[in-house]
Each structure stands twice: as C-alpha cells, then as structure tokens.
Design a protein around this ligand. Structure first.
Ligand code: GTP
Length: 597
C-alpha cells in the first residue's frame, strides 16, 4: 500500500468521555462492520471490561475510508488502555502510531487521565486533533472546554471538531480530519524487517495472537521470524488485519498494522515493545525504548477453603499465561496456609485478577494487605527487595529502608481542594504544584506509593463526592523511617496482617487496627488480647472479653428446628472463618482491618 494513503492513530480520553462510542461510530460509518453485526463497544473484548467499562488490552482495527479527495485511505485505529495501571502499555502503543484524537467530554472538561494520556501522545511526537464530544448534552460548554485545552494542555484547540458520538453528529468531520491533519507513516520497504510488537493475547482456537506495526521491510505469511529481545524463533502461520473481524492478507508493509500467529505457546513469550525481524537477513539493531513492564503492587491470595488450593494454582497459572505483567509464587502463611504471593501493575490490575479468579474460577479468596516493593539496605552493604512484610529481615541487620514514591496529579473543583490537600498531607505527601484552570484546581503531589495502594482512591472519591480525577507515575525510591508492624491475636502473630508503616504513624495505625479487629472478631469462651507491635514492643492493645456462657442455652428445651437452624447457620459461618491458634477470625476482617479512617 502507498504510505501516503495510510493513517495510524489512537484515541486518548479520560474514562467515560466517549472513546469507545466514537470508535464504534468510525467503524460503523465506514461500513467496516455490517449494521447487524455491530455490537455496542466492539473493541472491548472481555465481558469484565465491558461491565467495568475499562479497556484493558490494546486492540487495533483497520478501516477503509473513501475521503473527499477521491482517494481511499486505510485508517488503523489502535485502542489504548485508559487506566493508570497500564501506563506502560499506553506508551508502547503510542509509539506505534503517528497521531491521536484527543477526546474530551464537552460537559466535563479536561480530567487527570486526559492529561496523562495526552502527554504520552505528545512524548510520542503525535499530531493531535482535539475532539469535543457529547455536544448533544445541554450541559455541554465546548467554548469553555476549548479554552481549557489550550490553557491546561497547551495545544491549539481552535480547530477542535465538535461531535456527538451518541447521535453521530460530526463523525464525517472526524474522518476528514484524520486524513487531512494527521501525518502519513514513514518507512523503508527495502530495509531489513523491523516490526514492533504492540500487544498480544491468547485465543483459545488460534493460540497467541500478536499485534504488530511494521516500521521497515515487509512481513509475509510463512516467513520465519525472530523476536529480538527474547530470542524466540517462529514460522508465521497467519498474517492479517482486523476489520474488526480477522481477515488474512499475504503481506504487511511499512506503516501497516495487523496481526500474526506463529504457534507461540504463551503470551509470556511475547514482550510488548519487542522488535520482530526475519530469522535470516534480519535487522541488527532492535527498536529503541524497550523495557519490560514490572509489577509494583504485591499481595497474598489464599483460598478461603484450603481444599481449593490446587484449583487456585491452576487458575492462576492459566491467567498468567495471558498476562506477562502478572507474577506469582507460592507462599505459606502460618495463619492462612498455602497460597500465592502475586505481583500486579497496580490496584486495578489486582482487582481485575481477583475478580476473575472469584467469578470465572469460582474460588473464594482471602486477599492480604497490598504492599509495594521496599529496598532494604543491610548493614553488610547489600540490598534486598522486600515484596512481603513477612520476609522483613531482623531490624538489627538493617541499615536503612527506601520506599517507592509517585508523582500524583489530581484535578478537583475548588470547593473540595481543602479536603484533597488534607488527604495528601495525611498520607505523607509533599506538594509539588498547585495551579488553577477555571474553577478547577490541579494539584501535584509527591506521595509514597504505599500510602496510595490501599484506599487512597476510594478516599479521594468520597471526600470529593466523585468529582476528583487522579493519575500517577512512579518517580523513584527515597529513604524514610519505615518499620514492620505486626499484629498479634491471642499472642500469636498474624502474618497476613503485618505491614510496613512509617514510624510516626505506627501508633495511630496500630490503634486503629486493634480497635477494628476487636469489632470484627467474634467473642470466644476466653479473653483475647489483640496487639500491634514493632519488633518485641507492643504499641497498641485491645482486649476482647470472654463470652459469658453457652448462648444456645436459651434454645434448650425449646424449639428443636430453631436450634438446628442456628447450628446450621453457625456451620456455614465457620466455613468463612480462619483458625488462628485457638481463635477464629472471619474472612471479612482481613480487608476491613486494613482500611484506614
Ligand atoms: P472507557 O471505555 O471506560 O474508557 O470509556 P470510554 O471513554 O470509552 O467511554 P464510552 O464510549 O464507554 O462512553 C461513556 C458513556 O458516555 C456511555 O454511557 C456513552 O453512551 C456516553 N456517551 C458517549 N458519547 C456520547 C455523546 O456524544 N453524547 C452523550 N450524551 N453520551 C455519550
């Protein structure tokens, strides 16, 4: 195909601003999908994504568009994930295209993810076409939002396209803008093959499907290829494009995007950002900028019913085959038995995986406190990465501890600014910037990641009634006064509840934790001390008093059915309990106890 007749682009937007609806419209208007095949939100493949309205994996679709200039253009749309956890995948997919449509909801304005994503597009040298969506809404203020885009992002919005992805208004103008305002790709057909591995996923029938963007050279069905970073060699079985149905084609040249299959066994064998070349006479230098995505948040997953351990192992292995950024290893906890220590890109990723394990595989789970990776420097000069507070070395061997920090950008209406600043301050934040755009404030904070992983986002939503938007990126490690806090129930340490905390906040956290547990643990026939401790030192304590006498006593001699019912209930309840020494702790206590405030 003639390079000048190709346009490759992505759509960047804040969640819910209408990215998927616009993509559907573009596909529909160009007749790429027959009307009756049009399912809402074609690009979101997984049910879970559809339910949550979050696009997780990048996806591409090829659209043929007869433009006003009389030529037919090939438009390759790449759908990028919208959530912060997948920032690395967004940045990779951005490098695969030349331009972006910046979709902003004209009734809402610029939000934190709009900023994060558009800066990624700017970093990738994209030409950007601003698109103001939802102009059908009475609350739409396209003029105000246009100004805001110029003030906050600093790009020209005078030619912004006004659309309603819902009614279809403005969609033809978007297609023309793609052709006239976005640049054509460049590439050398005669150079050795270089194709970027944009994404991959597992298909039950086809095996691993790899999405690629050809930079130089030509790739053909039957070619033998080499993954330059992983070294894997494969013969190509199928080569094609998504229309959005899979359609086989004999070759893909420079500037083109499509898919290949090559009897690759697992998604783990494909690395996003890797360079694909020919096995023989291939390129010598891979494309720049590759880095594997690393899990940053860890937690333990244990089956509520220990008999389900093997089922959990199978399920986790299956999920991992299709998700190279999810890591796991077996873990044993004195309290919880056998389970897995798992690593995730962020909290949403954690939730998605946990949800899938519970729903698709029907396994009830206990999730331990999410933790970040600490760098623990020992007195002998070595450093170990700590993924699990339970593995914390003895403090006498520790010189100092560093924790990961993030740069958080929060956009919030003025009225809630005070509450947001207080929240960030409470979480040991350092304010970096505070600016205004109209009646909205933009605050930038340097925050410890561990203060964010548990419930920061929930708190932010609640103190701002849902009006704040949030985005973050990792900025590196810094030393702080961190300690491991243990929780002891009836003198026995409960591993699953230990956590790393800042020394100055330890008493407060310890007290809150003991008070919570006192409410959550049912009374037993004996007195139960609940303590928080650092090393051997108890810093907080509560006592759960003993249960007086037999509670079922009042049933004796009474109604036998009622008594049986009560006992049945007790039995069902017990299944959800975990035995800690002589004490039973309900499953719900683990999550609740870790929530602050
Ligand atoms: P994620 O997939 O979660 O990133 O969201 P998205 O940006 O893809 O948004 P989506 O297309 O799912 O749209 C979000 C909501 O806005 C849906 O309920 C749409 O029906 C609605 N919506 C999209 N475009 C318009 C529009 O032009 N007008 C109105 N009134 N509603 C719209």
């Amino acid at each position: 195909t003639d390079l000048s007749r190709i346009r490759n682009f992505s759509i960047v937007a804040h969640i819910d601003h209408g990215k998927s609806t616009l993509a559907d419209r573009l596909i529909q208007l160009t007749g790429t999908v027959a009307e009756r095949d049009m399912k809402e939100q074609m690009l979101d493949a997984m049910d879970i994504e559809r339910e949550r309205g979050i696009t997780i994996k990048a996806n591409t679709v090829r659209i043929e568009y007869p433009a006003k200039d009389g030529h037919t253009y090939i438009l390759n749309l790449i759908d990028t994930p919208g959530h912060v956890d997948f920032a690395y995948e967004v940045s990779r997919s951005m490098r695969a295209v030349e331009g972006s449509l910046l979709v902003v909801d004209a009734s809402q304005g610029v939000e934190a993810q709009t900023l994060a994503n558009v800066y990624q597009a700017i970093d990738a040298d994209h030409e950007i076409v601003p698109v103001l969506n939802k102009v059908d809404l009475p609350a739409a203020e396209p003029e105000r939002v246009r100004e805001q885009i110029e003030d906050v992002i600093g790009i020209d919005a005078s030619d912004a396209v006004l659309i309603s992805a819902k009614t279809g208004v403005g969609i033809p103008e978007v297609l023309e803008a793609i052709v006239t305002r976005l640049p054509a790709p460049k590439g050398d057909r005669d150079a050795p093959l270089k194709a970027m591995l944009v994404d991959s996923y597992y298909d039950a029938y086809l095996g691993v499907v790899v999405l690629i963007r050809v930079i130089d050279g030509v790739i053909r069905k039957g070619d033998r290829i080499r993954m330059m970073r992983t070294g894997g060699l494969y013969p190509i079985d199928r080569l094609g494009v998504f229309t959005p149905k899979m359609k086989d084609i004999p070759e893909l040249g420079p500037g083109e995007m499509g898919f290949l299959t090559a009897s690759i066994k697992q998604v783990r064998d494909t690395r996003v950002g890797d360079t694909i070349t020919h096995e023989r006479k291939g390129a010598t230098e891979p494309l720049p900028g590759f880095k594997p995505s690393q899990p940053v948040v860890f937690c333990g997953l244990f089956p509520v019913d220990s008999a389900q351990f093997e089922d959990l192992r199978d399920a986790i292995e299956k999920l991992a085959l299709n998700d190279a950024s999810f890591s796991f290893e077996m873990e044993t906890s004195a309290a919880l038995g056998f389970g897995f220590r798992c690593g995730f890109l962020g909290l949403l990723h954690l939730e998605v995986i946990r949800d899938r394990l519970e729903r698709e595989y029907d396994i009830e789970l206990i999730t331990t406190a999410p933790s970040v990776i600490y760098h623990v420097y020992l007195r002998d000069g070595t450093m170990t990465e700590l993924h699990n507070p339970a593995d914390m070395p003895d403090m006498t061997h520790v010189d100092h501890i560093e924790e990961p920090r993030i740069k958080a950008t929060i956009l919030v209406p003025d009225d809630y600014l005070g509450d947001v600043l207080k929240l960030c301050q409470d979480r040991r934040g350092i304010q970096l910037d505070l600016t205004y755009a109209g009646s909205r404030a933009m605050v930038v904070y340097d925050l410890p990641l561990n203060e964010v992983v548990f419930d920061f986002y929930d708190r932010l939503k609640s103190v701002t009634k849902g009006y704040a938007s949030f985005d973050y990126q990792m900025i590196g490690y810094r030393e702080d006064y961190l300690v491991k806090m243990q929780v002891l129930v009836n003198e026995e340490p409960v591993d699953a509840l230990s956590m790393m905390v800042h020394r100055d906040r330890a008493e407060m956290r310890g007290r809150a934790m003991c008070e919570k547990l006192k409410e959550l643990i049912p009374r037993h026939m004996f007195k139960i001390p609940i303590q928080a401790a650092i090393g051997g030192r108890v810093i907080a304590r509560e006592t759960l008093s003993a249960l007086r006498k037999d509670v079922t006593a009042k049933c004796y001699g009474g109604d036998a059915t009622r008594k049986r019912k009560l006992l049945d209930k007790q039995k069902a309840g017990k299944k959800k309990m975990r035995q800690f020494g002589k004490v039973e702790i309900p499953q719900s206590a683990f999550i609740s106890a870790l929530k602050m405030d």
